[in-house]
Design a protein around this ligand. Structure first.
Ligand SMILES: Cc1cc2nc3c(=O)[nH]c(=O)nc-3n(C[C@H](O)[C@H](O)[C@H](O)COP(=O)(O)OP(=O)(O)OC[C@H]3O[C@@H](n4cnc5c(N)ncnc54)[C@H](O)[C@@H]3O)c2cc1C
Length: 430
């Protein structure tokens, strides 16, 4: 029985022209050719697919990862590099919906990532300088004050920083206050994803690039997963395609709002500016409808992200709004100039929680990281691996049916209208 729609075959794609791809050149790519077997097949070589593959291989389970392009081609290799603690939802709601263990698991996720990089010992430009959640309005200020109190009630050690402390941390007067969580960290996301791929392979996982999965079907008690060049027969199946989910799993793409997030990367900042903007290595995201996020990377570049056009971007002209916005916050930036602009798809869910879905009795889909996947997918991988190996109670979220969002295809258009360039500029002026 064929469970999936047939996916159109297409040529594999190169990485987007991001700062990360430019600095860390191309890798050898090996497509699947002919029939193969594994205990577990994984579709998608982002952080989620790879952290799951790593944990499976380390536990002695044979695993094959099939990736349409190359590891890190999706959001994992092009994101802002913030390893942020927690979920998008208020901690009281997380405890109500999933319990305290899931709340602490999510807030510990950057520490899980830190421990993993430390254990594996590869260079991902990791730095644990904390995450700032910065208010940009009086309402936002009340929210971060209340959130700080709520997290402290749940024994999560955060602190509230007032306007003066925020100015000292960011070199601008934009923030009346913010929440600081010392667990937050930053990585170069492509180096990190490629590091995971290398570690998974070293542990015994097989990874095939340029191998878009076109169909999956039941075969015996397991699955036959098909690509243009071959097939993998596996007892268990994991779909880890997040914002790049196409028609492979029926209704999956319709259950996610594929919002684009864009990033502009500056040339390395001069010492004076570098010493003012997040000099402690922290990362920052703003509260409010328009999420602006930034950090300064190991080379001293400002990596400044936010909403942009709702289609694939390529190059600096597609992120001029972000450049102008950053230059208004730190006027000295205009003289520094910009080097790269790119974007990618973030998978938003209706309830802002990650979603786990079952494919019959031995398949699983894990998607919907709502712009927080760097740390969360790292921490989720070992849990998915345990579940796929048959361990009960490993999952931090319940397995739910796929629920298409009504009028989903019009949502990105609506988001664009609300968060378009003019709106962004008005916000920064206000
Ligand atoms: C611009 C941007 C900035 C972001 N900033 C941050 C941030 O700072 N911090 C944070 O925590 N999160 C951030 N995110 C979100 C984060 O990157 C994602 O949540 C995370 O990378 C999701 O990982 P994943 O492995 O689930 O999916 P992805 O990394 O998107 O991987 C999915 C993979 O599936 C593959 N695929 C799809 N269909 C098929 C198929 N049929 N066959 C084979 N392969 C297939 C794709 O090629 C892709 O490589 C950002 C995202 C974007 C786009």
């Amino acid at each position: 029985m064929i469970l999936s729609d047939t996916v159109e075959t297409r040529a594999a794609q190169a990485l987007p022209r991001s700062l990360y791809a430019a600095e860390d050149g191309p890798r050898a790519r090996a497509p699947l050719s002919g029939p193969a077997e594994a205990e577990v097949a994984i579709v998608g070589a982002g952080i989620l697919g790879l952290s799951t593959a790593l944990a499976l291989a380390e536990a002695g389970t044979s695993v094959t990862v099939l990736e349409a392009n190359e590891p890190g081609w999706g959001a994992s290799g092009r994101n802002g590099g913030h390893a942020n603690p927690g979920l998008k939802t208020h901690p009281d709601e997380v405890v109500r919906d999933f319990g305290t263990e899931t709340l602490h698991w999510a807030y510990d996720a950057p520490r899980t990532l830190a421990a993993l990089i430390d254990r594996l010992g590869f260079d991902a430009e990791f730095r644990q300088g904390g995450t700032y959640r910065a208010a940009v309005s009086e309402a936002g200020l009340r929210d971060v004050e209340a959130l700080t109190a709520a997290l402290l009630r749940h024994d999560i050690p955060v602190r509230f920083d007032d306007a003066a402390a925020m100015e000292a941390a960011t070199g601008c007067t934009r923030y009346p206050g913010g929440l600081f969580d010392p667990a937050g960290a930053q990585v170069n996301p492509l180096k990190y994803t490629r590091g995971l791929a290398g570690a998974a392979q070293a542990a015994g996982a097989v990874i095939h690039c340029d191998s878009p999965v076109t169909a999956y079907a039941r075969e015996g008690a397991g699955w036959k997963v098909t690509t243009q060049g071959g097939s993998v027969t596996a007892g268990r199946l994991l779909i880890a395609t997040n914002g790049y989910s196409g028609p492979l799993v029926p209704k999956l793409a319709q259950s996610l709002i594929p919002v684009f997030s864009a990033i502009a990367a500056s040339h390395p900042l001069p010492e004076a500016l570098r010493g003012r903007i997040l000099a402690g290595g922290g990362v920052l995201y703003e509260t409010g409808t328009v999420t602006i996020y930034y950090r300064v990377d190991a080379a001293g570049r400002l990596i400044f992200g936010g909403r942009g056009q709702m289609e694939e971007a390529d190059g600096l002209p597609s992120v001029t709004v972000l450049q102008r916005l950053a230059e208004r916050i730190w006027p000295g930036l205009a003289a520094v100039g910009w080097a790269y602009g790119w974007n990618g798809r973030v998978a938003i869910t209706a309830d802002h929680y990650p979603h786990l879905h079952a494919l019959e009795d031995s398949g699983l889909v894990a998607v919907g990281f709502n712009g927080r996947g760097v740390a969360l997918t790292t921490a989720l991988g070992p849990r998915l691996a345990a579940h796929l190996r048959g361990e009960a109670g490993a999952l931090p979220f319940p397995v739910t049916p796929i629920r298409p969002i009504p009028f989903q295809r019009f949502w990105p258009v609506g988001v664009n209208a609300v968060l378009g360039a003019d709106s962004l500029i008005r916000r920064i002026r206000g």
